[in-house]
Each structure stands twice: as C-alpha cells, then as structure tokens.
Design a protein around this ligand. Structure first.
Ligand code: FMN
Length: 170
C-alpha cells in the first residue's frame, strides 16, 4: 500500500470479529518494529505478543479496551539500557518504544490488519502480572485483529486540527 494510503486508512478499531491473525502478517508487523530507529541504536524495546488465553485474560484484567482483539502487543523498554539526555532529566526509553509502536501500528494498517493503541491500563500492574523483569517498563498496548462487520472509525477520526493550528514556521 502507498504510505499516504496507510496513514489515511488507519483508524482506532474498537470492535473485532475474533478472527485469528495470520502468522505471516504478525511477522511482517513485528519486522517493521524491528526496523524502527532508536537513540544510539540501543534497541531497548521488548515486545510481548499476548495471544494465549492466559495472557489475554491478563490484558482483560488490566483494561476494558481489548475489544475482542485476538492479539495484543505490549511494547516495553529496558530501563537499564536507555540514552540519557544531556541534563539528566529525560531518557530515550518511552521515546524509542513509542517509535517502535508507531511502526507496528502503521505496519498493521499496511497488512490490512486493524488496531487500536491503548494507554488505559496500569503499566506497573500489568508488567507484574505478566512476570516482566523489574527493569522493563510497558509503554503501550496495541490491539490487533480484524474489525467486526458494521464497525469502522468513530466520528472523531475525521476531526483533525488544520496544519495552521499545529505547525509554526519560524
Ligand atoms: C496515545 C494513545 C492512547 C490511546 N489509548 C486508548 C485507550 O486506552 N483506549 C481506547 O479505546 N482508545 C485509545 N486510543 C485511541 C484514540 O482514542 C484514537 O486514536 C483517537 O480518538 C483518534 O481516533 P483514530 O485513531 O480513529 O483517528 C489511544 C490513542 C492514542 C494515540
């Protein structure tokens, strides 16, 4: 698919039909995440593919927003392997994981797979429940699957501020 088409077609899917995701599509999505840039090329991301009954039950305990997706990706980063900004106040962990997550989300759209980015969950509690090491921080969850018949973008999908409101040329 053309990149502009991918960006235009993607929307947050809030109801899935329960169909399984093909392994080849999941692999293509994960490969796009692997190719994402990270600060100093640290590649501190760790992606958990949550698809077993047990793992999905843990997702459902953490958030009401799985919407029946057969696969949920939890994108985490290793807090012991981040780039610290000059000044020492910020590091690249969440930044890098978010770039990876964006690659995953757009790659899903490119594969014809619907998705929804989630942050309505307690990352610490979910990490504990999934048994992640203490130094890994979950940044977001990505529902993946196929939209249920009759569903589509919410009304606010088409509502975007004009460039003139969000971009300043200096
Ligand atoms: C950072 C972020 C967090 C989000 N968290 C949730 C969430 O927890 N639950 C949910 O249903 N949708 C969530 N969404 C989806 C947004 O509600 C949706 O992207 C937004 O309303 C725009 O809709 P669109 O993606 O269809 O254009 C999130 C989106 C982003 C970018």
């Amino acid at each position: 698919m053309e990149f502009t088409e991918v960006v235009r077609n993607r929307y947050s899917c809030k109801k899935y039909d329960g169909r399984k995701l093909e392994a080849s599509k999941l692999e293509a999505i994960l490969e796009a995440g692997r190719l994402a840039p990270t600060a100093k090329n640290l590649q501190e991301q760790h992606i958990y593919v949550l698809q077993s009954e047990e793992a999905l039950a843990k997702v459902d305990k953490a958030t009401p927003c799985r919407y029946g997706a057969p696969v949920v990706l939890a994108v985490a980063y290793d807090s012991q392997n981040v780039f610290t900004y000059p000044g020492g106040r910020y590091d690249s962990g969440a930044e890098d994981a978010t770039i990876v997550a964006t690659h995953l989300m757009l790659a899903a759209a490119n594969e014809g797979v619907d998705s929804c980015w989630l942050n309505f969950f307690d990352p610490g509690l979910l990490a504990q429940d999934l048994g992640l090491p203490d130094h890994e921080v979950i940044v977001m969850l990505l529902d993946l699957g196929y939209a249920a018949a009759g569903t589509g973008p919410l009304a606010n999908h088409a509502s975007r501020k004009p460039v003139s409101e969000t971009v300043t040329y200096l």
